[in-house]
Design a protein around this ligand. Structure first.
Ligand code: ADP
Ligand code: MG
Length: 246
């Protein structure tokens, strides 16, 4: 069996841009994510973070640049093809199927690689266990609390057996206890081998994940490095923290 080189990134972004009419929402962004990474993306509202995710998972087509998955260009593949390859994600505006049960929602993700009701139900059961929602499996998704809904979003992404999981502000609007619960969950899943790329506004969480932070401002990459270095960078303080407190 031929092993891929250790240095081959799982995901590479090269010169990625997206224009909406006159607005350059994503501007020449490049970075790599290695297998096993937990990378945070921060930046002010409107910086282009969600648009970047949409370019990675195929909801949007890039105006320029490349997305490589294990060295192969995937920039023209449909969202479904990319999901099959292993790009799993949550959406900033979560849309659980409210009239379906929690386990049925997780099964929607599980069907991607586990066709058949029994196999999908088994996988859904596993991921609900992973995110701590087993005891809610039978209730309608519309009755979940916000924090439970976010964990269901993560479960739906995990159910697709992703090689990398993209989380778009899954902690927004949660209270500090709930934030810690989800941060614990992400760290645990990362230790168990899941690779994460996480858009996150909570700087405490970003510091905690810490290994690598990418700062996006006005569509462009402003800085990249450890949380300590990046959050001390005067340009970042000016662009992100300064404005956020203003
Ligand atoms: N489909 C779209 N059509 C036109 N403009 C868009 C679209 N999606 C996002 N934008 C604009 O692109 C910019 C970046 O938005 P977004 O990626 O959602 O930022 P963030 O997630 O960092 O808050 C914003 O100015 C937003 O209004
Ligand atoms: Mg966003």
């Amino acid at each position: 069996m031929t092993e891929p080189l250790q240095t081959q990134p799982l995901l590479s972004v090269r010169g990625l841009s997206k224009r909406f009419g006159g607005l350059v929402a994503v501007n020449d962004v490049s970075f790599d994510v290695q297998q096993g990474d937990l990378v945070s993306i921060i930046g002010p509202n409107g910086a282009g973070k969600t648009t970047l995710f949409n370019l990675l998972t195929g909801q949007l087509a890039p105006s320029a640049g490349h997305v490589l998955f294990e060295g192969k260009g995937i920039g023209t593949l449909s969202p479904d093809r990319r999901a099959r390859l292993g790009l799993g994600r949550t959406f900033q505006i979560s849309q659980p199927l409210v009239s379906l049960s929690v386990i049925e929602n997780a099964m929607v993700g599980a069907f991607l690689h586990h066709p058949g009701l029994a196999a999908a139900a088994r996988r859904a059961d596993e991921v609900l266990h992973l995110v701590g929602l087993s005891d809610r499996a039978g209730v309608r998704a519309g009755t979940l609390t916000l924090s439970e809904r976010r964990r269901l979003e993560v479960a739906r992404a995990l159910a697709t057996d992703p090689r990398i999981v993209l989380l778009d502000e899954v902690m927004a609007g949660l209270n500090p206890t709930e934030v810690v619960e989800i941060a614990d969950l992400v760290e645990r899943l990362n230790r168990e081998g899941y690779t994460f790329l996480v858009i996150e506004h909570n700087l405490k969480v970003v510091r905690r994940f810490s290994r690598r932070v990418i700062v996006i401002e006005r569509g462009a990459k402003l800085a990249e490095g450890s949380a300590d270095d990046v959050l001390r960078d005067p340009r970042v303080v000016e662009a992100y923290i300064g404005r956020k407190r203003a």
